[in-house]
Write a protein that binds this ligand. Structure first.
Ligand code: UDX
Length: 437
């Protein structure tokens, strides 16, 4: 089938290459000429395991352009543009609206437009009215991909959610998307048929649940810190109950990235617009608990070192999670900036995120106090404290006996509770975890 994907950011680029992998002829459209040129050359514009190979293998069935009229040969059109956070916390719908208005000029009767972007509930109904005069149909088909597992999550998702139009065209729309996802459905992937509002809500509800789970365990970490309990053992113990589950119960410096923080804020803003703000008031607490985690690291350093002015801090990790170069709303980078503003000299190392991080550091005018190191050991040399802010395997695997002679003060703050505590203590370090000291 001929498919277009509008918006070639993280979601769209992976989706386009994955659809080509399924055997479809795909054109990816983006307004960013540099991004289009990079993708057309078979180069991934971001760090994502397996994406380079997927892109290169499927280039014969993939085309990228800035010209929207290139969609006219396609039957199915995926909308995968970004919905960044606006100043008031709501989702900024500028790119979605522009994409659909521009796409509408090139649609033919019987075409199917499939929304994948994360949008405020109610959006699909409005967009369906815009495209109705063209004779095309609209479905909402949220994605749940995790960075670091984007290819796997796209090609072998936990479930497919189809938000169908009301009325007699629902079957036609469903059958078209079934044809696109034939190979995925053949793996036995569950497919849920729902209405527009449910499909839109599934995405934000799932992310709100995950965010709540993380903030719940971080709230327990706050309690553990004043009672002498160990939050990791607590998570292990409650996680054995299948109704609770152990995943997403890792306490630490909290969640970041391009989805969880913005999605919960956008959801709260939308609920308030709908007059049901009270229903999601708890998500403000979830957000507050999460942001407090970033401040906790600085508090621990001050408890151990006093005034941070002139102190050298090694920052292990900058990306919001391992296996990613994404620094959007990254707790790690926020902590680095806050320490630099407190007068510390921060020496950072991240296996993937130096490029985007150094651009943000320069834009913030902090390039003299946040420096970039060649390795974890290089960052730790002369340090008064090491902060582990992203749980990359390379940090977990460091030998504390080899790091100990390099540092000025043997202090490690394990912001992700990912280091082998006893080994670091045996090497002479003061070990401070999150909710376990
Ligand atoms: C998330 C959702 O998981 C995904 O389904 C959705 O499509 C997009 O948003 P992603 O942003 O890639 O995916 O990150 P995720 O793996 O969910 O992690 C989010 C943040 O939570 C990271 O900063 C991570 O470090 C943090 N986290 C995760 C914790 O602090 N503790 C945990 O136990 C798990």
């Amino acid at each position: 089938m001929k498919i277009s994907v509008i918006g070639c950011g993280y979601l769209g680029a992976v989706h386009a290459a994955s659809m080509a992998h399924l055997g479809h002829e795909v054109v990816g459209i983006d307004v960013d000429e540099a991004r289009v040129a990079t993708l057309a050359a078979g180069v991934a514009p971001f760090h994502e395991p397996g994406f380079d190979a997927l892109l290169q293998e499927n280039l014969p069935r993939l085309r990228f352009t800035t010209d929207m009229s290139a969609v006219k040969d396609s039957t199915v059109h995926f909308i995968a543009v970004g919905t960044p956070q606006a100043a008031n916390g709501s989702a900024d719908m500028t790119y979605v609206n522009q994409a659909v208005e521009s796409l509408a000029h090139h649609l033919s009767p019987g075409d199917l437009v499939v929304g994948k972007s994360t949008v405020p509930v109610g959006t699909a109904t409005t967009l369906a009215e815009i495209i109705a005069p063209t004779g095309a149909m609209l479905m909402w088909n949220p994605e749940f991909l995790r960075e670091g597992f984007a290819v796997e999550d796209t090609l072998s998702p936990d479930r497919l959610v189809y938000g169908l139009p009301e009325g007699d065209r629902a079957d036609e729309a469903r059958d078209l998307l079934d044809t696109v996802y034939e190979a995925i459905l053949a793996q036995g992937t569950p497919r849920l048929l729902v209405n527009y509002a449910t499909a839109e809500l599934v995405k934000v509800a799932a992310n709100s649940f995950l965010a709540t789970k993380i903030s719940f365990i971080n709230a327990m970490a706050e309690i553990a810190d004043v009672t002498g309990a160990n939050v990791t053992q607590l998570a292990d113990a409650i996680g054995h109950d299948n109704r609770i589950g152990r995943r997403f119960l890792n306490a630490g410096i909290g969640f970041g990235g391009g989805c969880l923080p913005k999605d919960i804020r956008g959801f709260v803003a939308r609920a308030e617009e709908l007059g049901v703000g009270e229903s999601l008031a708890f998500l403000k607490d979830v957000d507050d608990i999460n942001l407090r985690r970033r401040r906790r690291v600085r508090t621990i350093l001050e408890e151990e070192l006093g005034d941070l002015s002139g102190k050298r801090i090694a920052l292990w990790g900058l990306a919001f999670k391992p296996d990613s170069d994404d620094i959007r709303d990254s707790p790690a980078l926020d902590i680095g900036e806050s320490l630099a503003r407190a007068g510390a000299i921060v020496t950072a190392f991240d296996p993937a995120a130096h490029g985007p991080a150094s651009r943000r550091v320069t834009a913030a005018g902090l390039q003299d106090s946040i420096l970039f190191a060649e390795s974890p050991a290089d960052a730790a040399t002369g340090a008064d404290g090491i902060v582990v802010a992203t749980e990359w395997g390379v940090f977990r695997d460091q030998n504390p006996e080899a790091i100990a002679p390099l540092v000025n003060t043997p202090l490690v703050v394990d912001g992700r509770n990912c280091l082998p505590e006893s080994q670091w203590k045996a090497a002479g370090f003061t070990y401070r975890g999150m909710g376990r000291s």
